[in-house]
Structures are given as structure tokens and as C-alpha cells.
Design a protein around this ligand. Structure first.
Ligand SMILES: [Zn+2]
Length: 326
């Protein structure tokens, strides 16, 4: 441990409030960037990553054979919004990862993005890593949903399915400026492969969401070879399997209901909807000033919005392969 902490102080980024931890293993492997709290009202991911670093500190003491391949850089996403407990301050931090586009007036989130990019670039500058892997940890306003979202590239999809929760594909082409699109788009100065996964750990306020975010992170570290299977408790596997029970393993985005906050029409979900709730075409799901909003197709409801901030009212996903909603 002594040698590790010396290496961390020379190369690591442990002093910044942005950085939860930067763990550098003895052996060469991938660089995993895990981010919690990209949305400030979703602290579960941050808490899970803090717990993970406690575990990494303790593990060599109770398990002398423990070893780690590669690096784990864990970051807090939206520091100002995490302090205030809001999704964001000026604009959604998970919709502005657009390379080269800079607004005239920098928002609070532009500054957060700069901080995140600087921390990642610093780690990439010095890493001998063979691969870059993003794990972006989120939670939802509605209950009942634990799932992973990836791009449609096979390596990311395969890795996501190893987490043991439903995987949603088809999101990247419908949502611009997300962490997923940036990491998949090869925007970093890093000429090696990359994979990217967003993990939704459950409801914002459910204490078990922290446990599930931790389980997903540990499982991912095992799947990419950072930690060995024999060093990982099966408890994490069970936590995720329990949470995923009943939902199809692979689904595709069929419809996203966008909200234009500037049109004054408002948006309110009808009460009682949960993630993965089956809905039939024509079912009224929400209302705005124009009247009731019905499901344009049958499928499973995802991320119904029960909070003031957010640009998408709800998503409908369908098992894959399937015919799409449009
Ligand atoms: Zn989120």
C-alpha cells in the first residue's frame, strides 16, 4: 500500500473536490472513469464511489492477495448542483458534451464540464492504459428502474449486458450532448479503444440505489479485468439480479417525449407511473397546456419525469429486436 500511495501522490488527482479518488494498480490495464452526480439531485453515485474507495483502501488489509489492473478515476460531476441538490444550476450537464461548441456566456455547467474534461485529460496524459472505459452513474425520479444505457457499438453493449441488468440501446442517436456520445465519439486525445455505459441505479431517494450503483461499479471493474472474480463478493451480483427481475434483458428506445421549457405549455406526468411499467398505445401518460399526452406506441415506460427540471417527459422502450414505434 505504501508504494501505491506514493504513486498516487505523484500522478493522482486526489486533492481536488472534483476527484473522489484515483486508484492506480500495480499492473497495466484499462483506465476506468466513473462519474457520479452529473445531475446534482442524484448523489447516490457519488456515495457509491466514496464507499468503493473505502473498500479499496481496506481490501489489501483483509485480503493480502488482492491486486488491481489498470486505473480507476472517480469524479464528482456537477459540484455546484450537488451542493444545492438540484438537477442543474443553469443547464443540463448531461446535454452539453458537444465538442467544439462553446456558448457566448459560460454557464455554471460549462465550468463544470471544463473541470471534468481537465481531470480526465490529466489522467489520460500520463496513463499507459490500454483502453478508456466510462461508467456514468445516475438515478431516476420514478421508482422501479435499474438499467444500463449504451451506444449501439458491440463492445459497449456486451460490457453492459455483463452488469446483469436490462440494457437500453438506441439512446445515443436521440440524445445529443451526453457523456456517452462524447466518450464514444473519440473526442479525447487517446488513440486507443473506448467503451461507455450509463447506469441507472433506481430512485433518487431510495437508499438501496447507493448499493446498486456500488454493485454495478464493482461488477464492471471485474468484467474489464481490473479486479479478479475471486476478489469480488457474489453479493453484488445478487443485488443487481434482484433489482432487474422481470424486465427484458435488451431493449431499444422507441419514443422520447421532449419538453420545450420555453413554450410555456408546462408538463405533468399523471401520478403513479414507474420505470418498466408496460403501457399500451393510446394510454394517457401526462398533460400539458395542449391537453392529454398519450403513448404513441405500446412498450415499457422509462424515466417518467416527476421533477421540475429535465428536457424529456418520458421514454418508451421496446424489447429488441422489434419493430420500432415510428
Ligand atoms: Zn441523471
Amino acid at each position: 500500500m505504501q508504494r501505491k500511495s506514493e504513486r498516487q501522490s505523484s500522478r493522482g488527482l486526489g486533492e481536488s473536490p472534483r476527484v473522489i479518488g484515483h486508484y492506480i494498480g500495480e499492473e497495466r490495464g484499462p483506465l476506468v472513469v466513473a462519474i457520479g452526480g452529473i445531475h446534482g439531485n442524484e448523489p447516490a453515485g457519488v456515495m457509491a464511489l466514496e464507499q468503493l474507495f473505502d473498500l479499496l483502501r481496506e481490501e489489501p488489509l483483509v485480503n493480502p492477495g488482492f491486486s488491481f489492473r489498470g486505473e480507476l478515476l472517480a469524479l464528482r460531476g456537477n459540484l455546484a448542483a450537488l451542493r444545492s441538490g438540484h438537477r442543474y444550476i443553469d443547464t443540463d450537464l448531461n446535454r452539453i458534451w458537444n465538442p467544439g461548441i462553446r456558448r457566448e456566456q459560460a454557464t455554471s455547467e460549462d465550468r463544470e464540464l471544463d473541470g471534468l474534461l481537465a481531470a480526465i485529460a490529466h489522467a489520460l496524459d500520463e496513463t499507459p492504459a490500454s483502453e478508456l472505459i466510462l461508467l456514468d452513474l445516475h438515478t431516476t425520479t420514478a421508482a422501479g428502474g435499474v438499467f444500463a444505457v449504451t451506444g449501439d457499438d458491440r463492445p459497449s453493449l456486451l460490457l453492459a449486458t455483463e452488469l446483469g441488468v436490462p440494457v437500453i440501446k438506441g439512446m445515443l442517436s436521440n440524445l445529443q450532448g451526453t457523456t456517452l456520445s462524447y466518450f464514444r465519439g473519440g473526442e479525447f486525445d487517446f488513440e486507443r479503444p473506448s467503451r461507455a455505459i450509463t447506469f441507472e441505479a433506481g430512485a433518487h431517494t431510495d437508499p438501496t440505489s447507493v448499493e446498486r450503483a456500488l454493485a454495478a461499479t464493482v461488477n464492471l471493474l471485474r468484467s474489464v479485468g481490473c479486479v479478479r472474480t475471486e476478489d469480488v463478493s457474489t453479493h453484488h451480483e445478487e443485488t443487481l439480479r434482484r433489482a432487474a427481475a422481470g424486465a427484458p434483458p435488451l431493449l431499444e428506445l422507441a419514443y422520447v417525449h421532449r419538453i420545450d421549457r420555453s413554450d410555456g405549455k408546462g408538463f405533468a406526468m399523471r401520478p403513479g407511473y414507474a420505470n418498466f411499467q408496460p403501457v399500451a398505445e393510446g394510454t394517457v401518460l401526462a398533460d400539458d397546456a395542449s391537453g392529454p399526452i398519450a403513448a404513441p406506441c405500446s412498450g415499457y415506460l422509462l424515466m417518467p419525469l416527476y421533477q421540475e427540471q429535465g428536457e424529456e417527459g418520458f421514454f418508451i422502450v421496446v424489447p429488441y429486436p422489434s419493430t420500432s414505434c415510428y
